[in-house]
Design a protein around this ligand. Structure first.
Ligand SMILES: [Zn+2]
Length: 186
């Protein structure tokens, strides 16, 4: 996190972490990988948005809810439902199925990827503190599956008057054999 990031961060509920400067890419292939890492409008984000839209949901893209850190923008913001949806890339967000550490500069990468996960959890806490529900899907999840999962959470919240604990919604989803709900991670 840069000094500018740190200054813009909320004073409470958002940790900052200082990492050594990034080492230079170890190879032309690594450089291409880094450059190919688009921050928004990735193919899976677009596919998920299409599925959500097809199911009647309306949303804004790449936005932070009012009252939360504007640098932690959600990929999809369902304002009426107060849900912030993130499509987490498997590499950067350490998907358990596809996690791998590059061999070059391994220790730096270990710290870097751990800091991304810590930042995600911190973002979730900030959203919850502001009354928003953070939901995260993996880049590798088929868009239809991810969209159905989001819909299931919304329906459950609606049925429970939005007052039911999130953990109960996630437990129900897990019991139904759906993909693990990451919003209950400690
Ligand atoms: Zn994955």
């Amino acid at each position: 996190m840069t000094a500018v990031d740190a200054a813009a961060a909320r004073p409470v509920g958002y940790r900052t972490q200082v990492l050594p400067a990034a080492p230079p890419p170890s190879s032309p292939a690594a450089r291409r990988t880094m450059r190919a890492n688009r921050r928004r409008d990735t193919r899976c984000e677009v596919a998920l948005r299409r599925e959500l839209h097809r199911r009647g949901l309306r949303f804004v893209v790449d936005a932070a809810p009012p009252g939360t850190n504007r640098r932690r923008r959600a990929d999809v913001l369902l304002r009426g439902e107060r849900v912030a949806l993130f499509v987490d890339g498997c590499f950067w967000h350490s998907c358990p199925q596809h996690l791998h550490l590059p061999r070059a500069n391994r220790e730096w990468w270990r710290q870097k990827l751990a800091s991304v996960v810590a930042r995600d959890r911190d973002t979730d806490l900030g959203l919850q503190a502001a009354g928003w529900l953070p939901l995260r899907v993996w880049e590798h999840e088929p868009a239809q599956v991810a969209a159905a999962r989001v819909l299931a959470v919304l329906r459950h919240r609606e049925a429970s008057g939005r007052t039911g604990p999130l953990e109960a919604a996630c437990a129900r989803l897990r019991a139904s054999g759906a993909a693990p709900c990451r919003t209950v991670d400690p």
